[in-house]
Design a protein around this ligand. Structure first.
Ligand code: PGA
Length: 247
């Protein structure tokens, strides 16, 4: 199974030009790792039209999607709309949205269903309350749907921009990822080998080895470091290197 490195740009960068430059800086290099690693950039909505032609190398994602397709929901954007901009992935249930915007598990659950309906892969974040959140956000999902999701273990306290943040160690994140795999196994009734489960929280070029060396960590969700071209690329390269090394 290929590794997956996801850039979560959050409400950055400042201009479309900067967004284009960042993606372009990776685009030509993605082919050198494409046998082992997929690279997704989750950009702010307004940058998606400018980035939507990167269909071969860098895959494009969004950071939210409504649970409805159309209708009276001021300020929201639906998965149906995102699909038209070549969006293949959407981050859902990020702890910043839970913390600052009141997003609940049942909203995340409905958003997952809306994305799957449009054939967009949800990248679902699970934090400190891993087990409870897992059960709540996967309600009403069948086996096929459960296997189409990318899961991320990302406690809010590990996010680089949080006050007094502290990344989870490689060893502890590998354990949590196993825990998610077990939860899935229980729900699906067999080992979910083709499901990718990532770690997120202060991953950067200096500490990436700590995570990439664990074979069960299928990739990373990267915030701050994904706004620096070289920093992000080093993360991609390290997962690629480990993946080749293991064969
Ligand atoms: P960080 O952000 O890499 O800056 O900690 C990760 C995230 O919030 O997804």
């Amino acid at each position: 199974m290929k590794k997956l490195i996801v850039a979560n740009w959050k409400m950055n960068p400042k201009t479309i030009d900067e967004a284009r430059k960042l993606v372009s800086s990776w685009e030509h290099r993605v082919s050198t790792v494409s046998g082992h690693v997929d690279v997704v950039v989750c950009a702010p909505f307004v940058y998606l039209p400018a980035l939507s032609h990167y269909t071969q190398g860098v895959l494009i994602g969004a950071q939210n999607a409504s649970w409805e397709e159309l209708g009276a929901l001021t300020g929201e954007v639906s998965a149906l709309m995102l699909r038209q901009w070549n969006v293949k992935y959407v981050i859902l249930g990020h702890s910043e949205r839970r913390l600052y915007l009141g997003e609940t598990d049942s909203m995340v659950n409905a958003k997952i269903l809306a994305c799957l309906k449009q054939k967009i892969t949800p990248i679902v974040c699970l934090g400190e309350e891993l087990t409870e959140q897992f059960h709540a956000v996967t309600k009403r999902l069948d086996v096929r749907q459960l296997e189409k999701i990318v899961y991320v273990y990302e406690p809010a306290s590990a996010i680089s921009t949080m006050k007094n943040s502290k990344p989870v160690s490689g060893e502890d994140s590998a354990k949590k990822i196993d825990q998610i795999r077990e939860l899935l196994k229980h729900k699906i009734g067999r080992m979910p080998y083709n499901v990718r489960i990532l770690y997120g929280g202060t991953v950067n070029k200096l500490n990436v080895h700590e995570y990439a060396k664990f074979p069960n960590i299928d990739g990373a969700l990267v915030g701050a470091a994904s706004l620096e071209s070289e920093n992000f690329w080093e993360i991609v390269k390290e997962f690629n290197r480990e993946s080749i090394h293991r064969g």
